[in-house]
Design a protein around this ligand. Structure first.
Ligand code: B3K
Ligand code: ZN
Length: 867
């Protein structure tokens, strides 16, 4: 590399030397020559008379200070420094951009025929030279000028204050956002859309216009997004007492987008994947995803926009909290247990894997080269778990008092994670001193628990040890404050009151030391303990449960999550044991008692359908990877395959009865209907592995009137490697090749194809008419699913899987480094594999490291991994 990218450190934070109170933007849009004029009111805050502005990848046309040309500046690739400026002044900068050539999809770019922007984290600096940092909050006005016929809709943040026609077939719309905001929340969209409109009356009685903009012809796929938005607005009023603050809320769906969606003030830009749904094109999972992401972006209006982050190291302040809020929203509207189960799977699979990788970092990182690399599972999902632990320790009432205080203190400002914790602490009186370590310490703690029962004294003792193994970023770890939610059960299934030191105690134990002992009194029989209920902390649990205890908990635990978790632990015991058997060439086993326990779940009519389906989802290959220091890819695959096949064979009659009894006569997306389809399709997944598989899967594919059932048939055919797979794949591709969003489902199946021939098919798929490496959704679907979810083929001993990913990364390094930087993650984890594979994986990283134009995104990860 010619110039090594530089890291920034959290500890180096300095408040700004200048600030900007107002900015007026004028955009004259053109595909290759867009002019942006930015007029800012600047105030000097400190001694310096050098104003540092960030800017990248554009042409500087002119600089004026107080309307006079200002040539006293120095310019680099990434900065513009104006010299000899002081006091209050007006700064006018004109820049020229080329949106057409912007394939990185950051700043102003073209998505299809329209223009759109993405400014978080540091994209505004690709639009104009600016103080592009979240602690500079300005009032924005934006005038957008463009050809009227091609771009009838011109959108930006806030309220529409003026519009009109201009000469040459152009027109303009002028927008004003009354709320001061950092530049990362700026947005502009121009295009020719169809619009779904509605209104929402807030609880204080204000009318808000709701507008959803989509590509022409897609209006019939927007109602679910609108319902989700209205539900979000209502839920935030009911649960958090938070009301929307502008007169208009707009959502635009675009096809080219690097992530899920973006919470720009009043003008959310969404990946079309998280807006568009109708029964023929979207699965139930898509519907639920749309609800969650619409909620998430809406909830940012308070947690993110009204109170923003002081610096990017504080990202979890808005993201962890907003994920917590969207999880609660989905849980209040749907099934709490199913939501919790899925969130915990994300923690135990990909988040724990991130902690164990070279990218390990605390939820509040200390050191960053490329901020876009820190929109991680750790910052988001573990960040949400940290908020959830505070919620557990404080209770809902105190937690809400904390939220109120947080807004009283910080509304309209840029705050820190410490500000949030302090508000929670002050409002509740709960001491969070030690708890704060969750913000600075990375890694996954292990809780090791030992129990003893003394019949003579009727005492039950739990000894709890905590240990956080060193991570690649941090060698020394301190004890954390860990809430451990437990319950004790008597043999008849009743819960035993928890008494310590002669008084009743709460179910949540406070683990604060390396080793602690809890003595429970008046325990008249040897109990079964349920540990870490609700996954009360993001830790690994180590406790020597017997099969009998786990089967007991699967039936008797009062808590849905605990019953599911007992089932997972039981499966985990046999996955581990069978991995050992594969390695020692021994026969694989799954005892009758285990199969019977699962039979009991399937036949239990008191349980929610969706919940039963979750019980039958085995820990993923990725989650299992985290149980071992060195991973045996093929042994994991065989052990998982054996357990699935045994359950399928042993329970085929029950699965068959379930499958046939849950057929629905018409389609709807309410939670009950979704649950029925989930369980029926879970049964199909297992039945696909039995002799009736081919015929059932084909019949379902042929008769399905909705995408959920179509995809269930295809996923089953794919996983069971049925001979009908190719026929279904061809039929689907013929039907849908005009629709990229639908084809993504097909690309995922190609990417995750377990067949030994998968890689050559994937390579051929790259020339499919619906595929393009320029589109992040397509790329993630095909290449991402191969690298992250096709362990056996990606880790093929020949190294061809690694080499293929290497090739793709070389190309994306130039066109879209942000997408490349997501796809590279499986390669970073080479230390988990045998030496031959390690060498092959490292060779691909080295190939990237040797480039002289390696993007900072990849530079940061490759260098950490090879260090
Ligand atoms: N805040 C955005 C993510 C921005 C990612 C920048 N690379 C979406 C969200 O979390 O809601
Ligand atoms: Zn977010």
């Amino acid at each position: 590399m010619s110039q090594q990218p530089q890291a920034k450190f959290r500890s180096d934070y300095q408040s700004p030397e200048f600030t900007i109170s107002d900015i007026d933007l004028v955009f004259d849009l053109d595909d290759t020559k867009t002019f942006v004029s930015a007029t800012s009111k600047v105030q000097q805050l400190k001694q310096s008379t050098d104003l540092l502005l960030e800017g990248e990848g554009m042409i500087l046309v002119s600089v004026k200070v107080n309307d006079v040309d200002h040539s006293d500046y120095t310019q680099s690739d990434t900065q513009l420094t104006l010299h000899n400026v002081s006091g209050d002044f007006t700064l006018t900068i004109v820049t020229e951009l080329n949106p057409q050539e912007n394939t990185a999809l950051e700043g102003l770019y073209k998505s299809g025929d329209g223009f759109c922007t993405q400014c978080e984290a540091e994209g505004f600096r690709r639009i104009t030279y600016y103080m592009d940092r979240p602690d500079v909050l300005a009032r924005f006005t934006t005038k957008v000028i463009a050809d009227k016929e091609a771009y009838p809709h011109l959108l930006s943040n806030g309220n529409r204050i003026n519009h009109g026609d201009l000469e040459g077939g152009k027109h303009f719309v002028h927008w004003q956002d009354p709320f001061p905001k950092p530049a990362y929340l700026f947005a502009l969209v121009a295009g020719n859309f169809d619009v779904l409109t509605d209104t929402y009356k807030t609880k204080s009685g204000r009318d808000v216009s709701l507008e959803i903009y989509v590509d022409q012809g897609n209006l019939d796929r927007t109602p679910h997004a609108m319902t989700s938005l209205i539900n979000s607005m209502k839920w935030d009023e009911d649960r958090f007492d938070l009301e929307y603050d502008l007169d208009i809320y707009m959502i635009v769906a675009v096809d080219f987008f690097n992530m899920g969606a973006m919470e720009n003030k009043g003008l959310n830009v969404f990946n079309s994947k998280f807006v568009l749904a109708k029964q023929e094109t979207a699965t139930d999972t898509d519907y639920l995803g749309i609800e969650a992401v619409i909620g998430h972006e809406y909830f940012h209006n308070w947690t993110g926009n009204r109170v923003t982050c002081r610096d990017w190291f504080q990202l979890s302040l808005k993201e962890g909290l907003t994920v917590f809020r969207d999880q609660e929203f989905s849980s209040d509207l749907g099934s709490r247990s199913v939501n919790r189960i899925n969130n915990v799977r994300t923690m135990r699979g990909p988040q724990f894997a991130e902690d164990a990788s070279p990218m390990a970092h605390p939820i509040r990182p200390e050191k960053v080269i490329e901020m876009n690399n820190f929109y991680t599972l750790t910052v988001y999902e573990k960040g949400s778990e940290v908020i959830r632990m505070m919620h557990t320790l404080l209770g809902e009432v105190n937690f809400q008092k904390g939220m109120k205080l947080y807004f009283e203190r910080h509304d309209g400002t840029a705050a820190t994670c410490e500000d949030f914790v302090l508000a929670m602490e002050n409002a509740s009186g709960v001491d969070l001193t030690q708890f704060r370590r969750w913000y600075s310490q990375s890694g996954t703690p292990v809780l090791s628990v030992i129990s003893e029962y003394h019949q003579d004294t009727q005492e039950y003792t739990l000894t709890v040890k905590q240990n956080t193994p060193a991570t690649e970023d941090q060698a020394d770890k301190l004890p954390l404050h860990i809430p451990l939610d437990i319950e004790l059960y008597a043999q008849d299934g009743s819960a035993i009151e928890l008494r310590c030191n002669n008084k009743e105690v709460n179910n949540v134990l406070n683990i604060t030391e390396e080793k602690q002992t809890f003595v429970f009194q008046q325990v008249s029989e040897k109990p079964v303990v349920s540990l870490l209920r609700e996954f009360s902390a993001p830790v690994k649990l180590d406790y020597a449960y017997t099969d009998a205890e786990l089967i007991f908990l699967m039936v008797n635990a009062k808590n849905d999550f605990a019953r599911w978790d007992a089932g997972q632990m039981l499966l985990a015991n046999y996955i581990r044991a069978n991995i050992g058997h594969v390695q020692n060439n021994e026969a694989l086993v799954l005892p009758e008692a285990v199969v019977d326990a699962f039979r009991g779940v399937l036949l239990n009519t008191d349980l929610e359908h969706a919940y039963i389906a979750e019980m039958f989802v085995l820990p993923s290959h990725n989650e299992i990877t985290g149980w071992f220091d060195t991973v045996d890819v093929d042994a994991i695959d065989q052990a998982l395959g054996f357990i699935k096949q045994t359950l399928a064979t042993e329970l085929k009659d029950e699965f068959s009865a379930t499958y046939h009894s849950l057929k629905q006569s018409s389609y709807s997306v309410d939670h009950d209907a979704i649950g029925k389809r989930a369980l029926r399709n879970c049964a199909l997944m297992y039945l696909a592995k039995t002799p009736v598989g081919e015929q059932l899967v084909k019949a379902q594919y042929d008769s399905a009137d909705n995408m959920t059932d179509t995809m269930a048939a295809m996923v089953s055919a794919n996983a069971a490697e049925l001979s009908i797979r190719e026929t279904l794949m061809n039929d689907f591709s013929e039907k849908w090749s005009h629709d990229g969003l639908v084809m993504d489902k097909w690309f995922i199946l190609q990417g995750s194809n377990p067949s030994v021939a998968a890689l050559s098919t994937i390579k051929a798929t790259m020339s499919h008419q619906a595929f393009s490496l320029k589109n992040p959704n397509r790329t993630r679907s095909l290449i991402g699913s191969f690298a992250a979810n096709n362990a056996v083929n990606f880790h093929a001993k020949s190294g061809e899987g690694y080499a293929f990913l290497g090739e793709v990364l070389l190309e994306l390094n130039e066109s879209n480094p942000q997408v490349a930087s997501r796809l590279i993650d499986p390669l970073l984890k080479f230390k988990k594999y045998d030496h031959d594979r390690q060498d092959l994986m490292k060779a691909q990283l080295q190939r990237l490291a040797d480039l002289d134009n390696l993007a900072k995104d990849l530079f940061e990860k490759v260098n950490k991994a090879l260090a």
